[in-house]
Every structure is written in structure tokens, then in C-alpha cells.
Design a protein around this ligand. Structure first.
Ligand code: ADP
Length: 504
């Protein structure tokens, strides 16, 4: 038996998962690591914690301390990772020169505000497909170069290396031999040109980033290198690297233009495959590289671009019912409570707790509960919370269809909250198209494994993978088009009431 080893390096934990040739996960290990909050709105990781937990979970799944050592049965390693998080390290020692700045960190928000006032938004959107925001790597890397003693001079001399988490793990796995990334990760930095698929000199100059720091950009699938034999007893080829949301899109077998997935985690992430040309958004959605794949040596690598949108408060709305309101004890109880009433009784929860993202974009919006009467109960609020998740997803979905000109036939779903059947039914109703939940919802790790397995001959084609991709349940829309439109219109009235509330 041969397996693919997928490394899923997330924001709060590192995971390693072994997949067999049927795409089934046969063994998993997971370890959380330290979150470092030095100041309000700052979030850091120690890159060594990331590497050490990742190495430990690999050792656990390949059974290095076990009698049944699996390490000889691993055909390839795939890396998928939290995106945008920025690591800077010394090429000679392999030691980070500072803590990694995590995607959530807002310390460079003022820099972004200033650059926006200077009029760089359009240039950046055209070249990178991104909005000018502290979320992405460029201003984080510039901050590290400014604030780490000696770093800028060392960087100019070529002594330091920059990487997102894929690059950092590849460096550590190969014993410092390979410094590379892939376009799906590079396209989250604000330094990468979506059209040329290269680092962009004008952007490097704008953010004052020395080119000597940057990893080589290679297709997401190919021979990235081999693990150092001293780590796991033998050299294992590393054949795929891809950002987590793009990996999930591949894991959902959204291989062709017009296919989309939505992940219902803490927030929601929707990605739509738009094919081989990038689509610019008029609604401030992101344009990003999905993956780049060499299919055979005679052809140029295949590229898939995606439109991406996120909803800040997805499953987190349910956490708020549990921890803020205490009307449920666990997230899974929300379904029963919401089902105990036939409808929301015209009550709407707008969970704009941290403002509203796409397509409304109002940082001053705040959470709002409208339409309550004496008859409103916690069950109505629970149902309104589920509807709020689905209605926010319906809004980004509409923006995506508008931007791309693509009419979607179905939406594939994954993430912790997709277990909720009522939520999925409501989602199908509000979208007016079927919602499809696959049997395997570990789509992030699976997508990376699929890519690595295609490169190493473990799977022969995307057609073979698509035929393995199994549906658990399909939710058909049951609302009439006029009822659906009326629902969305009422929701938008509620959204208007949430806008512009915060005064600072
Ligand atoms: P993340 O990867 O962002 O940590 P997960 O994919 O693990 O998130 O999903 C966890 C989220 O899903 C939590 O916010 C939780 O409130 C929500 N959740 C879990 N189970 C349910 C459920 N049955 N119904 C609704 N939401 C749920």
C-alpha cells in the first residue's frame, strides 16, 4: 500500500494526514501551538513552534515510534498552509530572525491607510488582484525589515530569506536546500504579478523589499525537493504546495471554470474557479491564483484563477449564541433549537460584530437584531443566526456571479458548520441552486494530497479524481423565486440598519 502524506499547517494547529489511493484519510495527527499576542491587534507565531509541531505530527502518522513503520509507503508529501503569514529567517542558520507575523495581525493597517491615500489601490488591484490591506504579506515583511535590528542590511546582502508558511516548511523539510513557493501562496503577498506570474519589480520597490529575500516561484505541482533523510529515515519527494483555501477548492474537485466551493468555518470562504484568465472584481472581491499545474513537459503549465470572498462571521455567529448569549451549550444544538420554530417570525440578525465585508464593505457596521416582538424567543434568534450565515453567503455569491458573468449550477460545501442540515437547506433556498456536501469534508488536506498524487503518478488524471469525489448529501432549493427575492430584500433592509453604527 502506498500513501500520500498531506501536511495541513493551520493558524492554530499543525496536522498531518495520510491518504490512500481511494482518497480516504487513514491516519491523522494534530497538534496545537502557541498564539502570541504582544499587543492588541498583533498576532505572532514562533516559526520554530510551527516546524516542531509539524514535524511531531508527521512522526506520529508515519509511525516512527511504532512497530508498523509506514515511512517506506509514502509516495509523496503535499504541503497546504495558512496563507499570508510572514516568516523571515537567516539562510545560514535556518533560524527565524523574529516571530512570524500572522495574517490576522493588524499592525500595518496605518501603513495601508497611508498608501491608500497616496492612491496605490488601483495599481495594486490591477497587478495583484488584491485589496490594499494589512492582511497580506508585503507590509508585514516591510515591518519586519524595519523593526528587526540589522535585518535590512542583512537582507540587502542576501543573508536572509522570506517565506510564507509553505516556503518555511519546505526549507525545513529539505534541510535548507530549497527556497521556493507556488503561485497560490505568492499571489497573497501583494508582491506577485498575477498576469506575468512573477515577482514584480515595481511592487518590490513600492514596499521596499530586496529581491534577494524572495523564494523561487514554481508551479504548485512538481518536484519541489526531498525531505532530508535525517528527518524521517528516508528521503520523501515533496510534490505539491498550495494555500489552504485553494487546496480546498481542488479537494472539492472544482477543476473547471464555473465551479465553486464555500467553507463554513469560523468565517466563510468562497472560491470560484474562473479558468485560465484572471477576472477583476468590481465588488472588491479578491482575484487569486488557484493553482498552477504542469500536466506534461510538452505543454505550458495549466493555470486556474479564482475569485475569492470571505464572510467574517460564519460559524463564529454560532459561537456567539453559545458563549455570548448562552442560549446553547454546544454548536451542534443550534440546529434543534432553530428547528423548533417554523420560521424567524420576521426577525433578522445582522452579525456585523466586526463590520461588514464583501460586498457591503462597511467597517462601521455593527451587530443588529431587528424585528423582535413579544413573541420572539431564543429559538427565533437561533434560526435568525443560521439564516444570517446563509444570507451573507448569498450576498457574496451574487457578487461573484456578477463579477465573473458566470451562472453557477451548484455550490459545494465543507467546513465545521456544513454538518448542519438545516443550515444547508436554508442555504440552497436562499441561493436558488443546489448545495452539495461531499462525503469527505477534509477537503483542504485532500486537495493538497490530490495535487501531490497527480504529480507522483498516484492518480492518473483529474477525471479519475472527479470520479472518486463522492456526494454525502445534495440539498435542493425549495423556495419559489419570488419568495427568495422577498427574503433577500428583507435581509438587505436589515443590513441597512446595521450600517454606519460605530462612531469612531
Ligand atoms: P475553523 O477551521 O475556522 O476553526 P471549523 O471548520 O472547525 O472552523 O468549524 C468550526 C465552526 O463551525 C465554529 O465556528 C462552530 O461554531 C461552527 N459549527 C460547528 N458545528 C456546527 C453546527 N452543527 N451548526 C452550526 N455551526 C457549527
Amino acid at each position: 500500500m502506498q500513501y500520500i502524506l498531506a501536511l495541513d499547517q493551520g493558524t492554530t494547529s499543525s496536522r498531518a494526514i495520510l491518504f490512500d489511493a481511494q482518497g480516504r484519510s487513514v491516519k491523522t495527527a494534530q497538534k496545537e501551538f502557541r498564539q502570541i499576542f504582544p499587543q492588541p491587534a498583533w498576532v505572532e507565531h514562533d516559526a520554530n513552534d510551527i516546524w516542531n509541531t509539524q514535524r511531531e505530527v508527521i512522526e506520529r502518522v508515519v509511525g516512527l515510534n511504532d512497530t508498523a513503520v509506514l515511512v517506506n509507503q509514502i509516495a509523496a508529501i503535499a504541503i497546504t498552509n495558512q496563507r499570508e503569514t510572514t516568516v523571515l529567517w537567516d539562510r545560514r542558520t535556518g533560524e527565524p530572525v523574529a516571530n512570524a507575523i500572522v495574517w490576522q495581525d493588524r499592525r500595518t493597517a496605518d501603513t495601508c491607510d497611508r498608501m491608500r491615500e497616496q492612491g496605490y489601490t488601483q495599481l495594486l488591484q490591477e497587478k495583484t488582484g488584491l485589496v490594499l490591506d494589512a492582511y497580506f504579506s508585503a507590509t508585514k515583511l516591510a515591518w519586519l525589515l524595519e523593526h528587526t535590528p540589522g535585518a535590512r542590511a542583512q537582507a540587502e546582502r542576501g543573508e536572509l530569506a522570506f517565506g510564507t508558511i509553505d516556503t518555511w516548511l519546505l526549507w525545513k523539510l529539505t534541510g535548507g536546500r530549497v527556497h521556493a513557493t507556488d503561485p497560490s501562496n505568492a499571489s497573497r503577498t501583494l508582491l506577485f504579478n498575477l498576469h506575468t506570474l512573477q515577482w514584480d519589480d515595481e511592487l518590490l520597490k513600492l514596499f521596499n523589499i530586496p529581491r534577494a529575500l524572495l523564494p523561487e516561484v514554481r508551479p504548485s505541482v512538481g518536484h519541489f525537493g526531498e525531505s532530508d533523510p535525517s528527518l524521517f529515515g528516508r528521503a520523501i519527494p515533496i510534490t505539491a504546495m498550495i494555500g489552504d483555501q485553494q487546496a480546498a477548492t481542488f479537494g472539492q474537485a472544482c477543476f473547471s471554470a464555473g465551479m465553486a466551493k464555500n467553507t463554513y468555518g469560523t468565517g466563510c470562504f468562497m472560491l470560484l474557479n474562473t479558468g485560465s484568465t484572471p477576472v477583476a472584481s468590481a465588488n472588491r472581491l479578491l482575484t487569486t491564483v488557484g493553482w498552477q499545474r504542469t500536466i506534461n513537459a510538452q505543454q505550458a503549465p495549466e493555470i486556474a484563477y479564482c475569485l475569492e470572498a470571505s464572510v467574517f462571521m460564519g460559524g463564529a455567529t454560532i459561537q456567539w449564541l453559545r458563549d455570548g448569549l448562552n442560549i446553547i451549550d454546544s454548536a451542534s444544538q443550534v440546529e434543534g433549537l432553530a428547528q423548533s420554530v417554523p420560521d424567524v417570525g420576521d426577525t433578522y440578525l445582522v452579525p456585523a460584530f466586526t463590520g461588514l465585508g464583501a460586498p457591503h464593505w462597511d467597517g462601521h457596521a455593527r451587530g443588529t437584531l431587528v424585528g423582535m416582538t413579544r413573541g420572539t424567543t431564543k429559538a427565533h434568534i437561533a434560526r435568525a443566526a443560521l439564516e444570517a450565515i446563509a444570507l451573507q453567503v448569498a450576498d457574496v455569491f451574487a457578487a461573484m456571479q456578477k463579477d465573473s458573468g458566470i451562472t453557477l449550477a451548484e455550490l459545494r460545501v465543507d467546513g465545521g458548520a456544513c454538518k448542519n442540515n438545516l443550515l444547508m437547506q436554508i442555504q440552497a433556498d436562499f441561493l436558488g441552486i443546489p448545495v452539495v456536501r461531499p462525503a469527505i469534508t477534509e477537503t483542504t488536506a485532500l486537495g493538497a494530497a490530490y495535487l501531490a498524487g497527480l504529480a507522483s503518478g498516484f492518480w492518473s488524471s483529474t477525471d479519475q479524481i472527479a470520479s472518486q469525489w463522492m456526494i454525502d448529501q445534495r440539498f435542493e432549493p425549495s423556495l419559489s423565486e419570488s419568495a427568495r427575492q422577498a427574503k433577500l430584500a428583507r435581509w438587505h433592509q436589515a443590513v441597512e440598519r446595521a450600517k454606519g453604527w460605530a462612531q469612531d
